[in-house]
Design a binder for this molecule. Structure first.
Ligand code: ADP
Ligand code: MG
Length: 262
């Protein structure tokens, strides 16, 4: 079974999709096969990786709602070793349809089952809510990675997220672990950023990644070109931060960085 990481935080605009894209491509660049599942009806990960968003092509909706076999839902990205299951507008209606399904929180985990060892990692980019799409992602996950924006109110709603994680651990997925917290849009020059980072460290301690992702305009520009910053601007601070983060992530799994088996 691949290591499956849900990238979740019910707040919008905290860097979930940016982290999903750059961890996904980052792992592929390090030599690991990865699959990104775009679970957000707003399909930013799909568009950010340069894939056309279309209701007429197989995607996460077909996987969850139409029982499409997972291998038929997968598409290639521009990056060797990174594949994607895309999102499109239809996903907006998926939670309503899933409500009446049997084992409705287990739809994704069951759909991914046939993948066996095709991938070293599966990443799920969650929508900004704790609805059925996120519950499916948490139920399918080995761990949850929480991006947190270093802004005022960052910790607001966190208790709710952690309570949800505990409920999933108890009732739906006993193997779910907390991968950690990655600080995003960090600006070390601002007292506020440092204060928020400290508060987050008080709650999560060792589970906060040492690599914080700086606020970097290149990261916000890249998606409109359908590219990650690694190709849009490889020398940018954002590219460097996410490369470091990817390596820290791999090291935390006890996996080698650089020149891993292709
Ligand atoms: P979420 O998926 O949690 O809603 P996104 O990853 O889409 O969040 O990020 C929200 C917005 O902030 C996007 O426009 C994105 O390009 C931008 N952004 C994300 N991370 C950074 C960063 N480190 N620096 C600058 N802009 C960022
Ligand atoms: Mg997003």
């Amino acid at each position: 079974m691949p290591k499956t990481v849900a990238i979740a935080n019910q707040k919008g605009g905290v860097g979930k999709t940016t982290t999903a894209i750059h961890l996904g491509v980052g792992l592929a660049l390090e030599g690991y096969r990865a699959l990104l599942v775009d679970m957000d009806p707003q399909h930013n990960a799909t568009a950010g990786l340069g894939l056309p968003v279309s209701d007429n092509q197989p995607g996460t909706y077909d996987l969850l709602i139409n029982d499409l076999p997972v291998r038929e839902a997968i598409r290639k990205t521009a990056f060797e070793r990174l594949d994607i299951i895309t999102s499109d507008e239809r996903l907006h209606g998926s939670e309503i349809v899933m409500v009446s399904k049997i084992a409705r929180e287990h739809v994704l985990v069951q759909a991914l089952q046939p993948l066996n060892d095709d991938y070293a990692f599966v990443l799920t980019d969650c929508p900004p809510s704790l609805g059925l799409l996120t519950l499916n992602a948490l139920t399918a996950a080995s761990s949850v990675l929480v991006p947190m924006q270093c802004e005022y109110f960052a910790l607001e709603g966190l208790a709710h997220l952690m309570k949800t994680v505990k409920l999933v651990q108890r009732h739906l997925n006993t193997r779910l672990q907390i991968e950690g917290v990655v600080l995003t849009m960090y600006d070390g020059r601002l007292n506020l950023s440092r204060q928020v980072a400290e508060e987050i460290a008080q709650v999560f301690g060792e589970r906060v990644y040492k690599t914080a992702i700086s606020r970097n305009v290149r990261l916000s520009e890249a998606p409109s070109y359908g590219q990650p910053v690694y190709s849009y601007d490889p020398t940018s601070r954002g590219a460097q931060n996410y490369r470091d983060f990817t390596r820290e992530f791999l090291a935390a799994q006890g996996l080698p960085v650089e020149g891993a088996a292709a």
